[in-house]
Design a protein around this ligand. Structure first.
Ligand code: FPP
Length: 245
């Protein structure tokens, strides 16, 4: 283990890390390459980040791979992103099994092209008995869309006049996942971009200027070390938090 990794406290790792993988386009522009080349490099970073998270002992990782709003990008880019996603699933699913990583997906998955959905479902099946870590891909995902879908499901059941947080959370795509502890966003932008709006209520946010295609294990370790310095308050005073520890 190198020096930086060894400074990590294994007892205080975030259980669930979620990542907004931003900056593929800017990386490509800097290098005078096409946006597609940026996304290709971004896919490599995603693959490495998943492996790094598993090696470091993270139990849940969620990647914002395609937003509900990304459908509005130029058709050529949407097709390229769908192809990359398919490629990722086809080339990585055996590797995920080998590393004991279970694949999960959240979002309006029925909006994905049939061929992508088939490959996604096969990969989910193949990894269904894995227990080492859960990798969730957010696909055709929007936080507002998720909340609207939950509300509509509740209305459809139609047996409640009021709901509480616990009941409502049970209708979110993330109902089987723990709340995120750490959100990492690359490329320096300070926004949530419609990602996990309900779930991020008490999540620690870490923004790095590093563009996603340059993101490596060392960047993840830095984010985790930063997380370990934070005092999480969940709305309490810092004295109250200290008493609880
Ligand atoms: C943001 O870059 C990234 C995306 C819109 C999609 C994320 C996709 C990948 C990382 C590749 C595929 C990943 C998997 C797991 C298959 P941007 O285009 O918004 O960058 P910019 O803001 O610099 O233009």
């Amino acid at each position: 283990m190198n020096k930086v990794n060894s400074e990590l406290n294994p007892q205080r790792l975030p259980r669930h890390v979620v990542i907004i993988m931003d900056g593929n386009g800017r990386w490509a522009k800097q290098k005078k390459l096409s946006r597609l080349s940026g996304h290709k490099e971004g896919m490599k970073s995603a693959s490495l980040a998943v492996k790094a998270a598993k090696e470091l002992g993270i139990k849940y990782i969620t990647l914002f791979a395609f937003s509900a709003q990304n459908w509005n990008r130029p058709e050529k880019e949407v097709i390229a992103l769908m192809n990359l996603l398919k490629q990722y699933l086809e080339s990585e699913s055996k590797e995920l099994v080998k590393r004991d990583i279970k694949l999960n997906a959240i979002g309006r998955l029925n909006e994905l092209p049939d061929d992508v959905l088939d490959v996604l479902n096969s990969a989910i099946d193949l990894t269904s008995n894995c227990k080492g870590m859960t990798l969730t891909l957010a696909l055709s995902y929007g936080g507002r869309e998720e909340i609207i879908d939950a509300v509509n499901s509740i209305i459809e059941i139609g047996d409640r006049k009021a709901v509480d947080e616990k009941y409502f959370s049970g209708f979110l795509y993330t109902k089987d996942l723990p709340e995120p502890d750490l959100l990492i966003r690359t490329s320096g932008e300070m926004r949530l971009s419609n990602f996990l709006l309900w779930q991020l209520a008490y999540t620690e946010i870490y923004v790095t200027k590093t563009l996603w295609p340059n993101f490596r294990k060392s960047h993840l370790v830095r984010a985790l070390l930063n997380f370990q310095k934070r005092e999480r308050r969940f709305g309490l005073t810092s004295d109250q938090v200290k008493k609880e520890i």
